[in-house]
Design a protein around this ligand. Structure first.
Ligand SMILES: Cc1cc2nc3c(=O)[nH]c(=O)nc-3n(C[C@H](O)[C@H](O)[C@H](O)COP(=O)(O)OP(=O)(O)OC[C@H]3O[C@@H](n4cnc5c(N)ncnc54)[C@H](O)[C@@H]3O)c2cc1C
Length: 385
């Protein structure tokens, strides 16, 4: 009998899973809490890594669409100190897809949505509870009162997953504070800021705090201020004046990124699950992406969410009659893969917000003979704007 697959959450992980399952002839339904695809801004750019995000897109049959929409030039990055001195300036080879080309999150999500039949995603369905059914499978209830049944439930519902507690009892830890701003139409309105940031990422690194900016494909800049967890409550960063005070004494060419922001900064606490999080396999249910492993935002989360989707889809397609064996195989491989990546993400986040961040970053990006070249490492710190 065909198993009914339900995916809670239509972010990058859930949509990639639905698409790759479909490539294998398996239909799934995605329940997404947002009302439609443009209900919420999807944020800045992502660099997709060949072994994870790009691999998943190839499994999804979307490699060439990715190549036509991605921005390899977005890999350019500049690291400045608070006085505005350039410490590192990396320029990728023109048109190269060998590294980690950047793509706007909205463009990537639209590409995945457009690859699915219109009825795959049920919009406006916020999952409230999932209860085991006596004969196996799950009974789902949604905020709007709708109900549905499924045989297999995949929690792809992000940082505050409601599916996660059915498998793991974990507390999130607070890893950093972030406030973001946007500047639209930067070439026309603020050509000096367009010049400062260039086609990719800029990080201006101080003591225990940094100011970053990235250029998006729509001609806007996304600006982000980051500081250590607990240094200041996130809600005190909800004004440009507070951010300007935080970066008082920094080169005015850099703090102009805050002054030029459209609207008020949006502050947020970044959180993480324990780096060694795992759970006992349970029949007919699993997690992918941030629901399974929420990490400090240093450039791995979306890539790993998409790789989870590719690996889970391959495992389910290899043995459609026994989804529980497929889930067990997926989870074991995922736990082993994620543990070192989660540890690395915690380390890099701490390094970027340390009192020696500038020296540490210069060392990080300076190639040593046995290590990857800087171009291969740029994504490791690419998440801060
Ligand atoms: C500032 C910042 C920058 C980042 N930069 C990078 C980067 O450069 N590279 C990178 O790889 N990663 C980056 N990340 C991490 C990345 O954003 C996440 O790891 C990735 O989005 C996880 O994908 P996901 O599909 O698991 O979850 P999400 O993208 O969060 O998607 C979850 C979806 O589930 C929906 N949902 C939630 N609850 C429910 C519910 N109850 N019912 C139904 N639907 C629900 C949500 O609306 C959402 O659409 C960054 C994160 C942050 C915070």
């Amino acid at each position: 009998m065909t198993k009914r697959m339900a995916i809670a959450g239509g972010g990058l992980g859930g949509l990639t899973l639905a698409r790759i399952l479909r490539q294998h002839g398996v239909d799934a339904v995605v329940y997404e809490r947002e009302a439609n695809r443009s209900a919420r801004s999807q944020g800045g750019m992502l660099d997709l890594h060949p072994e994870s995000g790009q691999h998943a897109l190839a499994e999804a049959g979307l490699e060439s669409r990715f190549q036509s929409q991605a921005r390899p030039e977005g890999e350019e990055h500049r690291i400045l100190d608070p006085a505005g001195r350039m410490l590192i300036h990396h320029v990728p080879k023109p048109g190269s897809f060998s590294g980690r080309p950047e793509i706007d999150r909205t463009v990537l999500r639209d590409m995945l949505l457009d690859s699915l039949p219109a009825d795959t995603v049920v919009w406006g369905r916020r999952l409230s509870t999932a209860a085991p059914r006596p004969g196996g499978g799950w009974h789902l209830t949604f905020h709007d009162g709708h109900r549905a049944d499924c045989d297999v439930l995949v929690g792809a519902d992000g940082a505050r997953s409601v599916v996660r507690p059915l498998l793991a009892d974990v507390e999130l830890s607070y890893v950093s504070t972030h406030a973001s701003l946007s500047i639209a139409d930067v070439d026309r309105r603020h050509p000096e800021l367009a010049e400062l940031v260039g086609p990719g990422n800029l990080w201006c690194v101080g003591v225990n705090q940094l100011l970053a900016a990235q250029r998006l494909g729509d001609g806007s800049l996304r600006v982000g201020a980051s500081l250590r967890a607990g240094d200041r409550p996130a809600d005190t960063l909800a004004s440009k004046r507070a951010l300007l005070e935080m970066f008082d004494g920094w080169d005015p060419r850099v703090t102009a990124l805050i002054e030029a922001g459209d609207g008020v900064p949006i502050p947020r606490r970044n959180e993480a699950t324990p780096v060694d999080m795992r759970w006992e396999t349970r029949p007919g249910i699993t997690l992918i992406g941030d629901a399974a492993h929420l990490m400090a935002p240093v450039g791995e989360g979306a890539n790993q969410a998409m790789l989870d989707a590719a690996e889970l889809a391959a495992s389910l397609a290899a043995d459609p009659a026994d989804p529980d064996a497929a889930i067990r195989a997926y989870e074991e491989a995922m736990f082993a893969r994620i543990h070192p990546i989660a540890e690395m993400s915690t380390r890099i986040q701490a390094m970027m917000l340390s009192d020696t961040a500038a020296e540490d970053l210069v060392r990080f990006f300076t190639p040593r003979s046995a290590e990857p070249a800087p171009a291969d490492r740029s994504g490791d710190v690419g998440a801060s704007a």
